[in-house]
Design a protein around this ligand. Structure first.
Ligand code: 13P
Ligand code: SF4
Length: 354
């Protein structure tokens, strides 16, 4: 998208003034106008690692959503300040699991007599509170690029997994990667008494999936897969594992945003791809690979941006960088020490996965 030349110049000048004091991280779903100022881009796993690898930067400006900025704060030192250019950049999926709901769920599992067999595995897309819960109960965090290894690790620690908050990533990984059956999975609904499950169902289940989802990836349907196959003969359908199970089953390839980029880099000239993930990334990839004669289309007919990712725009980034350049600390994301301690434990278990 064309960005205002005045704002581009202001962002450039503020960044230059800050020099090594600032490090700008950009998630793949960010707008082009923001991505052009990112020192590093990546999926949520790569960004968590990259944030921790910059101890000399006083300010980490996180162009992404709130849970990513929290994770960066947890993984960086106490004197490093993490800044989110718009505090309204949340994530509707992360909001689907609150600390109170998850504590209540643990009570339900305890009542059913299964809590001591359960290992929590929480998707990166969750609040610091949920990550701390996970760490306290011996569990790990995962992202869409290491969910298989995280589940394998968890099944070495206990018989059952409580997977939070994305039911689709949990189900897709259990069934596709670990060869489990759909019957091994049950859905815990935090809005129903006892999660809507009987004690017997909880005793028989191997995967207890939290009833959360991503509203962006939830829009893709089997119909959109069938449509694109009809429209573009020979097309390869590649989707993110936050898509529904039936969409993943109908696709040719499944993977995180970083996987999607690598798959397209390796794709032969002349190949055709329909991608089921956020639109900023798909458009950027379509433009980038057009010159190599790879045809890349969005897997749906309707527009599909992540509205909260899109809240970080060039005006917000300019405001954040100029404020920091003037010595004004704004929009700091800071996790309290007690939460941080246990959330860090869970994140470090993820970083140590083989
Ligand atoms: P990844 O960055 O792990 O691919 O996850 C996508 C996503 O939804 C981030 O919010
Ligand atoms: Fe959350 Fe989905 Fe947006 Fe990712 S794409 S930030 S999971 S709403």
């Amino acid at each position: 998208s064309p960005s205002d030349p005045d704002l581009v110049e202001r962002a450039r000048a503020a960044k230059e003034k800050l020099g090594d004091k600032v490090f700008v991280l950009g998630h793949h779903y960010q707008r082009d106008e923001v991505i052009q100022f990112a020192d590093v881009t990546g999926d949520s796993f790569k960004l968590a690692r990259d944030a921790a690898a910059r101890p000399e930067a006083e300010y980490i400006v996180f162009c992404g959503v709130h849970f990513m900025a929290e994770s960066a704060d947890i993984l960086t030192s106490d004197d490093q300040k993490v800044v989110l250019p718009d505090l309204a950049a949340g994530c509707s999926m992360a909001d689907m699991a609150t600390a109170e709901q998850v504590a209540e769920c643990w009570d339900v599992l305890t009542e059913a007599g299964v809590a001591d067999q359960v290992v929590p595995v929480s998707y990166m897309n969750s609040s610091a509170d949920i990550k701390a819960f996970t760490g306290r109960h011996g569990g790990t965090i995962c992202t869409s690029s290491n969910a298989e290894r995280a589940l394998e690790w968890a099944f070495e620690q206990g018989e059952k997994i409580l997977f939070l908050p994305d039911q689709h990533l949990g189900r897709n990984t259990a069934v596709r990667d670990l060869g489990m059956s759909l019957e091994d999975c049950v859905l815990y609904n935090p809005h129903k008494r006892n999660g809507g499950l009987t004690a017997e169902e909880l005793r028989n289940a191997k995967m207890i999936l939290w009833r959360g989802h991503c509203s962006v990836h939830g829009r893709f349907s089997v119909e959109s897969v069938n449509d694109v196959r009809e429209r573009i003969p020979g097309v390869n359908v590649l989707v993110h594992p936050e898509c529904k199970h039936e969409v993943v089953a109908a696709a040719d390839y499944v993977g995180s945003t970083e996987y999607i980029i690598k798959a397209l880099e390796a794709a032969p000239a002349g190949s055709k791809w329909a991608i089921g993930t956020e639109l900023n990334l798909v458009r950027r990839l379509a433009n980038r690979f057009a010159a190599e004669d790879k045809e890349i289309v969005f897997l749906d007919k309707t527009v599909c941006f992540c509205s909260t990712m899109n809240r970080i725009d060039l005006p917000h980034l300019v405001w954040a960088l100029e404020s920091l350049a003037e010595g004004k600390l704004i929009n700091r994301i800071e996790v309290d020490p007690e939460t941080e301690k246990y959330a860090k434990l869970a994140l470090e278990r993820m970083l140590a996965l083989p």
